[in-house]
Unconditional design. Sequence first.
Length: 147
Amino acid sequence: MISGIFNSQEMKNYGFESLPENVDKPILIYIKTDWCSICKIQKYQMEKDLELRNLIDEKVYFITFNPEKHKESITFFGENYNYISNGNSGIHELAMEFSSNKKPIYPTWVLIDSQAKVLFYQQGLINNEILKLIINTSTPLSVTLKN
């Protein structure tokens, strides 16, 4: 029964506005929408993987970003981004900024270091094992120097 309690814990989820002023670990941004069926599969896969959830909590600032619902302005690494309304719908400029062709594909994964350098970018479903590898190899404690 105890394992059920631990498995129900949710990952720490930051907002752009709640990131610390001095970012000391990478930022993992998961861009998704409510209507995206692949996003729902991704969420299910992540929720059932306790090792991945613990790794995310420990090694990155994790942001789930729905660019169709987040209507507030975002300041991210000194740049301001706004929601672009299109009648009853719209999209956030920040999602457009992260898109490879200015047309977002969901889900999109972006891993950024403390200097705003993109360390990893992928559109579409990502395997949990690959995500663990990306997180582990992007954190300062896992970097190895080659002579």
